[in-house]
Design a protein around this ligand. Structure first.
Ligand code: DHB
Ligand code: FE
Length: 282
C-alpha cells in the first residue's frame, strides 16, 4: 500500500532558481533563506520517498486565461521545464509516474472532484524551483523521486475556496492510500506566502498573516477555511492566493501531523518566503 510520509512546503520564487544557478547560498541576502532547507534534505535522505506529488500553481505556461482548469493532474511519462523566468535552463525532463497518476485521477473523479487530466504538461518555476531546493541538482539528482504535478487555478477568478483546497487534499489522501503497491510518498505544497507583484499594492507582504497561516496549518487547518477568498487577497496579496497549494498539501496529511522544521524569511524578491516540513502521524 502507498504510504504518505509527510508534507513539504516552500515558496517557489523564480529568483531562487537564479540564485541556485549562481551558487549564492552564503550570500548575506540569500543565506537566511537557503539555511531553511538542509534539515528537510536530511529528513528526505533518511526516509527516501519514491514519489513526490508536487502541488503547485501554473503561472500561464501550461494553461492560460483562455483555458483554465480549476484542478489539473499530470498523467505524463515526463515533465519538461519550460519556465519563462531568467531564461530557460536546459534541463532533462522530470520523470513522471503515469500509472499512479491514473489511479489518483480515477479516485478523485469517483470522489466527485472533476479533474483535467494532462498527458502533456510543461512545468514552470512553481514546480521546478521546489524540486531543486529539496533535491539539489534536480532533475540530475539520483535521489530525486518520480513526480506527479497537480496544479490548481490561483490566477483567474473564481479560484477555489480554502475549504475546497483542504477537501481536495483529503480526497487526494484517500486516492494515494488506496494505491495497491508499496510506495513512500511526500506531498509538496509550493507558492506563497504573502506577495503581490502588480498594481497599487505591488511589493505588499504581510508577516503577521503569514505567521498566523504557518501556525494554524499545523494543528487547526479547518480554522483557515473560514478565510474567504476576498479576505485572502486582501491579507496575503493578489498572488498570496498560492496559499491554496499549502491547504491542498495539508489535507493530504491527515488529522495529526508533527512539525519537524519551519523557516520564514522576508523579503525574498517580493515574497514572504515560508518553508515547512510536516510529518504524518499514523
Ligand atoms: C515572485 C513570486 C512568485 O510566487 C512568482 O510566481 C513569481 C515571482 C517574486 O516574489 O518575485
Ligand atoms: Fe508564484
Amino acid at each position: 500500500m502507498a504510504k504518505i510520509l509527510g508534507g513539504l512546503t516552500t515558496s517557489h520564487i523564480p529568483a531562487v532558481g537564479n540564485a541556485i544557478h549562481n551558487g549564492l547560498f552564503d550570500d548575506p541576502y540569500w543565506k537566511p533563506f537557503f539555511d531553511g532547507y538542509p534539515p528537510i534534505r536530511a529528513w528526505l535522505d533518511e526516509h527516501k520517498p519514491d514519489l513526490a506529488i508536487n502541488i503547485y500553481n501554473d503561472h500561464g505556461l501550461g494553461f492560460f486565461l483562455d483555458r483554465m482548469p480549476t484542478f489539473a493532474i499530470g498523467a505524463a511519462h515526463e515533465y519538461r521545464n519550460e519556465d519563462e523566468g531568467w531564461g530557460i535552463p536546459q534541463l532533462p525532463p522530470f520523470p513522471g509516474a503515469p500509472e499512479v497518476s491514473w489511479h489518483i485521477i480515477e479516485s478523485m473523479v469517483e470522489q466527485e472532484f472533476d479533474i483535467t487530466s494532462c498527458q502533456e504538461l510543461p512545468v514552470d518555476h512553481g514546480f521546478v524551483v521546489p524540486m531543486q531546493l529539496f533535491w539539489p541538482g534536480a532533475p540530475n539528482n539520483p535521489d530525486m523521486p518520480r513526480t506527479i504535478p497537480i496544479s490548481a487555478n490561483t490566477v483567474q477568478h473564481p479560484i477555489p475556496t480554502l475549504k475546497r483546497a483542504l477537501d481536495f487534499g483529503k480526497a487526494l489522501r484517500r486516492a494515494i492510500q488506496s494505491y495497491p503497491e508499496d510506495l513512500k510518498v511526500v506531498v509538496l505544497g509550493t507558492g506563497g506566502l504573502s506577495h503581490q507583484l502588480d498594481g497599487e499594492r505591488a511589493g505588499f507582504i504581510n508577516k503577521e498573516f503569514d505567521q498566523y497561516c504557518m501556525e494554524k496549518i499545523v494543528d487547526d487547518p479547518e480554522a483557515l477555511t473560514k478565510i474567504s477568498r476576498m479576505e485572502l487577497v486582501e491579507k496575503a496579496g493578489a498572488q498570496g492566493t498560492e496559499f491554496l497549494m499549502w491547504m491542498m498539501m495539508r489535507g493530504a496529511l491527515g488529522d495529526k501531523v508533527v512539525r519537524r522544521h519551519s523557516n520564514y524569511h522576508i523579503p525574498i524578491s517580493n515574497t514572504g518566503a515560508g518553508t515547512m516540513l510536516l510529518e504524518c502521524v499514523e
